[in-house]
Design a protein around this ligand. Structure first.
Ligand SMILES: C[S@@+](CC[C@H](N)C(=O)[O-])C[C@H]1O[C@@H](n2cnc3c(N)ncnc32)[C@H](O)[C@@H]1O
Length: 395
C-alpha cells in the first residue's frame, strides 16, 4: 500500500532545509528583533485576540516561526510536526530566541497520544495544513481531543476553492481543475519548487500526496467532533503567491490584481469545544475508566453507542484484579477477572486510562454494569479535571 505520509514527510524534510536557509522564511527577523512576529500570526492577531497566559499547541508547526510568534504574544506553546528536520530548525530557533516553545515529533493524527494527558486552551493551525491530511473528520476529532472543555480551535488555511484552481491558467479565467470536495484518493503532484521566493530546488523528494476538503465538510467535521463554531471568515488574500496575476499588498498578503473579490484564497475558522455533549443537551458527566468500559463491545452493550474518550491518569492509586462472578458481566466483557484500583498512599503511583463524557442516564447504566466490588467516587485526574471512577468498595 502507498504510504502517502512517508512520501509527504520526505518532501517536507527537503523543503524544511530550504525554508530554514537565510532570507527565506523570516527566521533572521525573529532572531534580530525580540518584538518581531511572523507575517502569518500578524495577520491573525485581530481574530486571535489575547493569547497571553494560555497554553497552546500548534499543529503542523513546520520550522516554528508561527509557534515562536505565539509564544512572544504570551502563550506557552508546543509545536507538533512529523518532519524531524523542520523540528530541529524550530528547536534551534526557540533556543536562539529564548521562546517558551517546545516541539514534539508526530503525525497530526497521533497528536493526542504523542502529547500525553495534557489538554490545551487553544489549538492553532496555520496556512498549508489540511491539504496534507486525507480525512478532515479524523483531524477534527484529534483537535477536540486536544482541547480542554471550553478550549478554542483557531485555524487559518488555504481555501478549498483556491486549491481546486488550475494554476497554469491565466487568472482572468479561474478554471476549476482539481477536486473541491474530499476524495479518498490523493491528488499526486511532482514539483521541485516550493512556495517561498527562492531559486533553490528540491532534488529527490519532489512527489506529494494532497487532499481537498470543502468548507462544508470542514465545518461539519468540527461540529460533529463536539465543537461550536464561533467564526468563519473567507479572505480574498493569502500569504503566498498562489496564481499568476497576483500582487503583494502592504499587509504582505497576495491578491488578484483583476477583481480580487472573485476568489476566496484563505479562510479563518474558530470553534470552541463544548463543555456539554452534542447529542444530549443535558449536562454531561465525566467518567474515568481504566478497565473494560474502554472496550467498544462493553460500551455498545451498556450505552448503545461507542464512546469517544481521551487519555488521562489517576494519581495515588494502585491496581489489582478482582474475580467477576456475575455471568452477564463476564459475557459482555469476555473476561473473568477485571482490574480494580484502591488508594496506595503514594502520589507517585498512577493508573492510566481514558475519560469519557456520559449522560446522567449512561452513568446509571455504568453503575448497573459494575459489580458490587466497585464503588463510584469522584476524583481529580492528572490533567486537573474531576471525574467519576469505580474503585474498590473495600477501600
Ligand atoms: C505548509 S507547512 C505549514 C507551514 C506553517 N503554517 C508555517 O508557515 O510555518 C506544512 C507542515 O505540515 C507538516 N505536515 C504535513 N503532513 C503532516 C502530518 N500528517 N503530520 C504532521 N505534520 C505534517 C509538514 O512537515 C510541514 O512542516
Amino acid at each position: 500500500m502507498t504510504d502517502s505520509f512517508a512520501i509527504n514527510r520526505a518532501n517536507w524534510e527537503e523543503r524544511a532545509a530550504i525554508h530554514a536557509a537565510p532570507n527565506s522564511y523570516g527566521v533572521e527577523d525573529l532572531i534580530a528583533d525580540p518584538e518581531h512576529i511572523s507575517a502569518v500570526v500578524r495577520f491573525d492577531r485581530p481574530r486571535l485576540g489575547d493569547v497571553g497566559g494560555l497554553r497552546g499547541v500548534h499543529l503542523q508547526c513546520h520550522i516554528g516561526t508561527d509557534t515562536i510568534s505565539l509564544a512572544r504574544l504570551g502563550a506557552s506553546m508546543v509545536g507538533l510536526d512529523f518532519s524531524p528536520t523542520a523540528l530541529a530548525h524550530a528547536r534551534a530557533l526557540a533556543e536562539k530566541t529564548s521562546a517558551d516553545a517546545e516541539f514534539v515529533e508526530a503525525n497530526v493524527y497521533d497528536a493526542a497520544a504523542a502529547l500525553g494527558v495534557e489538554r490545551f486552551d487553544f489549538v492553532y493551525v496555520s496556512i498549508g495544513a489540511l491539504c496534507w491530511l486525507p480525512d478532515v473528520r479524523r483531524w477534527a476529532r484529534v483537535v477536540a481531543e486536544l482541547l480542554k472543555p471550553g478550549g478554542r480551535l483557531f485555524i487559518r488555511d488555504s481555501h478549498p476553492v483556491l486549491q481546486s484552481l488550475d494554476d497554469a491558467q491565466p487568472s482572468e479565467t479561474l478554471a476549476l481543475a482539481y477536486p473541491y470536495f474530499e476524495r479518498p484518493e490523493p491528488m499526486v503532484f511532482d514539483d521541485d519548487t516550493t512556495y517561498i521566493e527562492t531559486d533553490a530546488r528540491l532534488h529527490s523528494a519532489t512527489l506529494t500526496h494532497q487532499w481537498s476538503h470543502g468548507i462544508g465538510e470542514i465545518v461539519t467535521a468540527v461540529l460533529d467532533a463536539g465543537m461550536r463554531l464561533t467564526m468563519l471568515v473567507e479572505h480574498d488574500s493569502a500569504p503566498f503567491k498562489a496564481l499568476p496575476g497576483m500582487r503583494r499588498a502592504d499587509d504582505g498578503e497576495w491578491r488578484l490584481v483583476d477583481r480580487p473579490w472573485r476568489l476566496p484564497q484563505t479562510f479563518t475558522l474558530q470553534a470552541v469545544k463544548e463543555a456539554r455533549m452534542q447529542h444530549d443537551k443535558r449536562a454531561a458527566v465525566l467518567l474515568f475508566s481504566y478497565g473494560t468500559l474502554q472496550d467498544r463491545a462493553v460500551q455498545l452493550a451498556n450505552f448503545g453507542r461507542e464512546l469517544t474518550g481521551h487519555a488521562d491518569a489517576l494519581p495515588g492509586y494502585r491496581e489489582t484484579l478482582v474475580e467477576i462472578k456475575d455471568p452477564q458481566v463476564v459475557a459482555t466483557s469476555g473476561k473473568t477477572h477485571h482490574p480494580i484500583v484502591a488508594p496506595s498512599g503514594d502520589p507517585a503511583d498512577e493508573i492510566a486510562g481514558s475519560v469519557f463524557e456520559l449522560t446522567p442516564d449512561e452513568l446509571l447504566a455504568a453503575d448497573e454494569y459494575e459489580v458490587d466490588d466497585y464503588a463510584r467516587v469522584l476524583v481529580r485526574l492528572k490533567s486537573g479535571v474531576d471525574a467519576w471512577v469505580y474503585v474498590s468498595a473495600a477501600g
